[in-house]
Design a protein around this ligand. Sequence first.
Ligand code: AMO
Length: 439
Amino acid sequence: MTTQPLPHLKRTLTRELPEAEGQTVKLLGFLHARRDLGGVQFLVLRDRSGIAQAVGAGLDLPLPESSIEVIGKVKAHPKAPGGYEVQVERLRVLTPATEPPPVELPKMEWNVNPETLLDYRVVTVRGLKERAVLRVQAELVAAFRDHLRAEGFTEISTPKIVSAGAEGGANLFPLDYFGQPAYLAQSPQLYKQILVGAFERVFEVAPVYRAEEHATSRHLNEYLSLDVEMGFIESEEDVMDLENRLLAAIMARLKERVRPELTLLGATLPEVPDRIPRITLLEARRLVSEKYGHTVGGKDLDPEAERLLSQHYAETEGSEFVFVTKYPRAARPFYTHPEVNPDGSLNPDLTRGFDLLFRGIEITSGGQRIHEYSMLMDSIAQYRLNPESLAGYTEVFKYGMPPHGGFAIGAERLTAKLLGIANVRYARAFPRDRHRLTP
Ligand code: AMO
């Protein structure tokens, strides 16, 4: 053993071991696991690409999770993870852990005892499955960006400190902005619409804030919103077509880039149909009532109705996605465009708003937006909102806005449903929920 680095040896990643058989390599990483069998030490080193087993004698192994450098020869070994093992010639401890991790990472029972795992998230997030979830999400976000850029969209960044809410409801986090009342943004809705005036097609990837008091498996107080807005549409159908193409591109990319992570998590990616089925909300309510005997109160679908509707389309059309369209006005925010009747008149009850359900839950809301100033002001009055508080937004509609629409995908909900995770909190590195502000 030595304390001197060997500068001439380039770093090898654990996933590159098969190509390095018979060679002496240098691995850098974390001491994932260790075992002493009568003077022979086995260790598992974890780096960003995976894990590798190493074996040596007379090694003074530090605590798990210490940062280490291992130099040794690569040998084929069918029983080792990945089929190769490193015979340790030198072990150097770069940073010794000073305490053992509170949870044994290799033995971590996933999705079990969730609160403890979240309490110790600073270190449990290093677990192979934990980081695989976040890696898949990172690839999903990259695919979202790449596809939209290829369709001519520009990435935008809008304020998260705002003077008014965009989505209505009571779930705004207030804050004191130098003595002025302000809020954390519930969504980039109004700003993404304004920027359609500059770029026609925009998207944003950013956290948004919802002061939801209830703790459910689908709600976070801070979540990653994947937002899209597009100008010069005919109707919300164009927006759904775009989301259909986008989802197909995302799934194709995941299939190609994160196969090891998907295998580790036992996840099956959905097929995205060329045309995701579309059903109006009214028909959807009738369907779940007639086929499943489930009657929904209120104007929307409830979680059970979402589940049943998804089940219906999975069974009858083999689609794990379904768009629910033509939401009633009472169930949508003020900016939603009313449905246009065949004779060109406006429908006072229905809108061009839609949701997308995937594997039983809503992962997207979207729709066509109102683009005419007078119609928007009428809508604000009908919703009994204060036009002054929205003046900074409504003003742009005096200067000419094209017909436009868009949608937002909740990144954690999509990730969780893709990977079979029961609670959206595990699809976020450091979730914020009703009871959790740390870590
Ligand atoms: P909405 O409020 O329906 O629509 O949100 C859009 C999507 O965001 C996700 N989502 C959440 N995820 C986790 N925790 C929450 N508390 C939470 N709330 C919502 C869901 C949901 O479908 N401006 C519109 C979108 C648009 O029309 O473009 C909006 O924010 O996946």
